[in-house]
Design a protein around this ligand. Structure first.
Ligand SMILES: [Zn+2]
Length: 376
């Protein structure tokens, strides 16, 4: 009840209907930046400004130099305007490939852009069907989703360095909450020993269906799943969504399904790599792992513990979806209503978890361990 009241209250406060746009000038790192848009969230320490290209800028009060209002209505750019904006922003040589829900901006082969578009659309259909069947309302994105596809690692690195820093060299694709885009590079470029660019969609599919490519394709799907969750009403960007659920959910979808022309038949398949890792973590100690996993995101962000936490997150989401499907759906609905910058108090995550999945976390963990041990 408490949660529902909070939700109604916050919906009324959403400033979406306000007319006119906010024009803010602020210092971003060492650069002065001006942008106009709508403020989607506020906090005593700052705000989030959404611009018409769908980007969201978290700005602290200290960074703001000036703030005004104009009389223009806020309208997200449509497909053609967004495409135009991308072509202006990116270096020369980029082209646009449009699909039903995506604008794919690429400087690699057209076939690779088509392959990516088809993969994303299949994932989109699979994602929408999967959740609709489980009572989760999924809506179309307010604006086409953007994927930027680079021809090689070097051009990808140039684009992503600003956001990823030193991690750029070890990343093959990512979703950015700020730009709302996924960015990646042509994966066949690296596996094509001959150096010849694969020129048809089926050749690309052939290269990327090989077992050694599974992990790389899974990463691309994983990042696209984050983008879907944030654009189809499941999660709000910059809201406090526990990583155990957002990451576990992205892994839940990531098993590549390159064989099917429709849908995404491998959703919810046992992820053997993650399962093996989770079993290893649990067998190391009888000490409870769930309190730490549920209450803090820290272990996901530290290199030493990240893989363990991702494995546990996948396992926990898998277990909940199999054993507590209705409760899981209700919890997702509550999280979907959580707004940016409105973080619940510390300690609330475990209270919420207990609210949906039972009061006795120790007993829950014993059942969870038993279930995983029996999973093959
Ligand atoms: Zn992720």
């Amino acid at each position: 009840m408490k949660f529902r009241l909070l939700v109604c209250f916050s919906i009324i406060l959403l400033p979406q209907l306000a007319s006119g746009m906010d024009v803010i000038t602020w210092m971003q790192k060492d650069q002065r930046k001006t942008a106009e848009g709508r403020i989607t969230a506020t906090h005593e320490t700052g705000l989030i400004l959404q611009t018409t290209d769908g980007m969201m800028w978290p700005i602290t009060n200290d960074e703001i130099i000036s703030r005004e209002r104009n009389d223009q209505g806020f309208l997200l750019l449509n497909e053609a305007q967004l495409s135009q904006r991308l072509l202006v922003e990116l270096p020369a040589g980029f082209k646009i490939h449009k699909t039903a829900h995506y604008v794919i901006c690429y400087n690699t082969s057209r076939a690779y852009a088509q392959w990516s578009g088809a993969l994303y659309e299949r994932l989109y259909r699979g994602f929408v069907n999967y959740w609709s069947q489980r009572g989760i309302e999924i809506h179309d994105p307010a604006q086409p989703m953007v994927a930027v596809v680079f021809d090689n690692q070097a051009s990808f690195a140039k684009y992503s360095e600003r956001e990823l820093g030193a991690a750029t060299s070890s990343v093959i694709g990512y979703y950015s909450m700020q730009t709302n885009r996924v960015a990646m590079y042509d994966l066949t470029g690296t596996s094509a020993q001959s150096g010849v660019r694969r020129s048809t969609v089926s050749q690309i599919n052939q290269v990327l269906s090989r077992p050694e490519a599974e992990w790389t394709v899974a990463t691309i799907v994983h990042e696209a799943t984050h983008q879907l969750a944030f654009n189809c009403g499941m999660q709000q960007r910059y809201a406090d969504i526990p990583l155990w659920i957002s990451e576990g959910l992205a892994i839940y979808f990531e098993t590549p399904d390159l064989g099917s022309s429709k849908g995404w038949r491998s959703i919810g398949k046992v992820n053997r790599t993650r399962l093996a890792r989770a079993k290893q973590v649990l067998s190391r100690s009888n000490q409870a792992v769930l309190p730490g996993l549920l209450s803090s995101d820290d272990s996901f962000r530290k290199a030493a513990s990240a893989l363990d936490s991702y494995a546990l997150a996948w396992s926990l989401n898998y277990y909940l979806l199999k054993r507590y499907p209705r409760e899981y759906a209700n919890y997702l609905k509550q999280l979907s209503e959580r707004e940016a910058l409105k973080d619940p108090p510390k300690g609330e995550r475990i209270v919420e978890f207990n609210h949906y999945f039972g009061e006795d976390l120790n007993q829950f963990e014993r059942n969870f361990r038993k279930y995983l041990a029996s999973l093959r």
